[in-house]
Ligand binder design. Structure first.
Ligand code: AGP
Length: 378
């Protein structure tokens, strides 16, 4: 087992640090100057483009990855996207139609709820697409078509590298579906350039910097932040827009491995309840990197500060003065990438934070209590 971990103490730590490589393999051979090539979808692209609706279905981290993808899939394809937690879809027996495309996202490809939802969608006649890390899994065998994320084997129960690869695959799917639209061509080109600048070995376009390697350098800073939070009872994470999913996923990581209560919240909902929790003790991470929601997040920060909130602000590099934190705030500065790809960068400091919190609190990193890597029962 130690040989497989290499120089790392835990699989989760190794898998977090592997992301420049896993993202490279996810994109290898698929990203071209002029567009993306996704063999797994080729024969179904026309049907996909004619879909009345895309339904993303998954559980846990895989659901969160799909949620991160939702805004850019809607933007690049013009098709409405709805989100379904697999178990909830089954509980409700929610409506699915022949004109729908159901996209199933699962690292293992063996999650019982997701597979039952797949059977349900197949019965309803929807086009079923799989996004999985596991070649030969039930999900990849039973869907009509799909894309393997090629992130490499993930052993830690907490999913890390699969999450970022899932988002990147869904970005490539959106680019492929939208590739017949002339009006969005400049946007697609800028996303392709952005994708190529994420990991270290795919930046063949214009010699771009490697943003995932850059953000991993925050490791020591996140360890220090973790040491200031070890005794906290709870941690909130506020995000919105592209980074609502980052808030949910960051909080999921903290709760599942560090065994600390943590909630990801939609910042737009702050005034409708969560604001009552704010005091000088409760740590709150606010994601305020640059995108179209930036000014709204600045206002959230001001409202939290006026209630003496204990803030940790995640902002784009060099943006400290623009977000306007007070001297008491901690700031996490991350490299700025194309707005819709920012979730790939922003989750990494939160993965590191969850990892270090777990080690410092003395819990089992790779095998958190009560959890299994793949949930194969309902
Ligand atoms: C991730 O950290 C969790 N362990 C869990 O939420 C997981 O993402 C979920 O069980 C879905 O698994 P899957 O991606 O293999 O379907």
């Amino acid at each position: 087992e130690q040989i497989k971990k290499g120089s790392y103490d835990h699989f989760m730590q190794k898998e977090i640090h592997e992301q420049p490589h896993s993202l490279t393999t996810t994109m290898r051979g698929r990203l071209k100057d002029s567009g993306v090539v996704l063999g797994g979808l080729k024969e179904h692209l026309k049907t996909l483009r004619r879909s009345r609706r895309v339904i993303f279905i998954g559980c846990g981290t895989s659901y969160n990855a799909a949620l991160a993808a939702r805004p850019f899939v809607e933007e690049l394809t013009g098709i409405p996207v709805t989100m379904e937690v697999a178990s909830d879809l089954l509980d409700r027996q929610g409506p699915i139609y022949r004109e729908d495309t159901a996209v199933f996202v699962s690292q293992s490809g063996e999650t019982a709820d997701t597979l039952l939802a797949l059977e349900y969608a197949l019965e309803k006649g929807a086009l079923c697409v799989g996004v999985t890390n596991t070649v030969g899994s039930t999900l990849s065998r039973k869907t009509h078509c799909g894309i393997h994320i090629n992130a490499g084997c993930e052993i830690g129960v907490a999913s890390t590298k699969a999450y970022t690869s899932q988002i990147v695959v869904m970005a490539m799917i959106a680019l492929a579906i939208g590739s017949d639209q002339l009006s969005t061509q400049p946007r697609r080109e800028s996303i392709i350039t952005g994708l190529s600048s994420l990991p270290s070995t795919t930046n063949w376009i214009n010699n771009l910097p490697c943003h995932v390697s850059e953000v991993l350098k925050l490791d020591a800073e996140m360890k220090e932040l973790a040491s200031s939070l070890i005794d906290s009872e709870s941690l909130l994470v506020f995000g919105r827009g592209y980074n609502y999913a980052t808030a949910l996923e960051g909080a999921l990581k903290v709760k599942e491995v560090a065994l600390m209560h943590s909630e990801g919240m939609l910042a737009g909902e702050m005034k409708h309840g969560p604001l009552a929790l704010v005091d000088e003790n409760l740590p709150i991470i606010v994601i305020a990197t640059r995108d179209s929601c930036f000014s709204k997040q600045k206002s959230v920060i001001q409202q939290l500060l006026s209630r003496k909130g204990r803030l940790i602000i995640m902002c784009s590099e060099g943006d400290i003065s623009a977000v306007g934190p007070s001297a008491s705030c901690r700031v996490i500065q991350v490299p700025e990438v194309a707005d819709c790809l920012q979730p790939v960068i922003n989750i990494i400091p939160l993965q590191l934070l969850a990892y270090h919190l777990t080690v410092l609190r003395g819990f089992d990193v790779d095998q958190p209590r009560n959890l299994a890597k793949s949930v194969t029962t309902q």
